[in-house]
Design a protein around this ligand. Structure first.
Ligand code: HEC
Length: 256
């Protein structure tokens, strides 16, 4: 259909006026709606690289992130492990350490730290026994460093445990060690000392409770020990992750 020319001109004028108005309104809104700022990672035509974010000067760290070179974060002074805590050990610190230890370390080291946790019973490389002289005599920051960097077949726990928790766990390892190596001198003077037999009787425990505990033989489930030989080459994957799972354990693809 052909439009009469006067009507056409009228419509054209109306459209241009509306467009102009819209443009003006958009202009008014610009400061509020599109603030002239760059949100992180937004592209920019201003810089030749097309990036709005400027490259940081080499070695830049943000506030609170400068954790290089301090004993609290490295467990080392002059590259040497030390037998001291970077903060005082209170009962709260020990309780926190106990909780974290039982979550993250007990599966391999067992709750008493003898290295006979369930994962080891099922065939993982024997984990360290904290009562053995070699480990017992290490300075406390050795345990912190082991958790921070891993040790042989043991994966590191830096991602799961922030530095403060790693120290708390290290302190708790010392408590576990003391539980097996305490002498009468470690008991404050004037404390009423009872024998284990007396305590056990009062508590109504089994008659053999105060006797020396004998650890049961390793469970030796079928297949345990097979993976013992070459744990380190398994890219430090935890047992039971899909990375380690035998191929035939992977879920089969569904047929359509
Ligand atoms: C997946 C099992 C596993 C877990 C979980 C584990 N460890 Fe270990 N750990 C090992 C193994 C295996 C070794 C022995 C490593 C080796 O000799 O190759 C070891 C050794 C150690 C040692 C002795 C290092 C030495 O000087 O001989 C310490 C200390 C230790 N672990 C602390 C911890 C702490 C603390 C945790 C919890 C944050 C933990 N481990 C969690 C498996 C584990």
């Amino acid at each position: 259909m052909r439009m009469p020319s006067s009507q056409f001109v009228f419509r054209w004028t109306l459209t241009s006026a509306t467009l102009a108005a819209l443009t003006l309104m958009a202009g008014c809104r610009q400061d509020m709606q599109n603030e002239p700022k760059m949100v992180p990672q937004r592209e920019s035509t201003f810089f030749a690289s097309g990036r709005s974010v400027r490259p940081q000067a080499l070695g830049t760290v943000s506030r609170g992130q400068l954790d290089a070179d301090t004993y609290f974060h490295s467990g080392l002074i002059d590259n040497q492990e030390q037998d001291k805590m970077p903060f005082p050990v209170t009962m709260d610190v020990l309780l926190r350490g106990q909780e974290r230890f039982n979550i993250y370390c007990a599966p391999c080291h067992s709750r008493v730290g003898n290295g006979r946790g369930m994962i080891v019973e099922r065939g993982y490389k024997p984990a360290g026994n904290f009562q053995e002289a070699l480990i017992l005599n290490k300075p406390i920051s050795h345990y912190f460093v082991v958790m921070t960097k891993g040790y042989g077949a043991m994966p590191d726990y830096a991602a799961q445990l922030p530095a403060k928790d790693r120290w708390a766990v290290a302190a708790y390892i010392r408590a576990l060690q003391l539980s097996q190596h305490a002498t009468i001198q470690d008991v404050p003077q004037g404390t009423n000392i009872q024998t284990l037999a007396e305590v056990s009787q009062q508590m109504g425990y089994a008659p053999d409770f105060p006797q020396e505990w004998v650890l049961p033989e390793m469970t030796n489930v079928p297949g345990a020990g097979e993976m013992k030989t070459d744990v380190t080459s398994q890219k430090r994957a935890m047992p039971g992750t899909t990375q380690n799972a035998p191929k035939n354990n992977r879920p089969k693809k569904l047929k359509k």
